[in-house]
Design a protein around this ligand. Sequence first.
Ligand SMILES: Cc1cc2nc3c(=O)[nH]c(=O)nc-3n(C[C@H](O)[C@H](O)[C@H](O)COP(=O)(O)O)c2cc1C
Length: 225
Amino acid sequence: MPEKHLRYFPWRMKNFIPNLKLKVFMNIKEAIISRRSVKHFDPRHKISEGELQELMKYAILSPTAFNIQHWRFIQVQDKDKRQLIEEASWGQKQVTEASVLLVVCADLNAWEKNPERYWRNAPTKVQSLLLPAIENYYTNHHQAQRDECFRSSSIAAMNIMLMAKGMGYDSCPMDGFNFDKVAKIIKLPHDHIIIMMIAIGKRRKDAKLRPGQLPLNKIFLTDSF
Ligand SMILES: Cc1cc2nc3c(=O)[nH]c(=O)nc-3n(C[C@H](O)[C@H](O)[C@H](O)COP(=O)(O)O)c2cc1C
């Protein structure tokens, strides 16, 4: 655990920290500030299956429209496929160097595939309101079907990156690749779309200084444009 995180613990607790396997503690503000798009990862570092499950388990607590959970995540482990994806990404090395490469996909038709599963724990009264509402909202509304995939899966992508940061890893969101080629490599079903990729791993080189945030008062307005 990096020394800087120890300050969150009373000194008496420090002795217990080595027993807390996998966990790195970081508050949300620190995770947001220190998350950067990292391009150089240690290719020898392995993220264990346990860590990956932990990362994903929390990441998918993200909100989704009507709780539809359109996202589908493909982790590409196969070395040959990674190489092909790197080539389809114009040689971006983070694709093959990262410990984990996630292709964030979404199911365009998730809204109509057994939607009762999204509300199975809700009271019957709530189910009988929401299930027709889902059908009504999405039927023949192709733009909404697609937009919701992007909205909901992108929020999950952010959670993945923040969760990774909290666990001591770095990440890089990516859309600099040929979507058709990557779709072929991962055998994307015809009614799914690719949202982005996320490379996750141990940073080998820091990100460059932030290139320039727009001033808050230019992009955060009140009541109207
Ligand atoms: C949708 C999306 C696609 C991106 N695609 C790439 C990419 O293909 N390659 C890359 O190196 N960075 C990519 N980035 C990272 C951006 O360049 C980076 O987020 C931006 O410069 C701000 O830097 P920061 O994330 O370190 O704050 C992408 C970011 C987003 C949100």
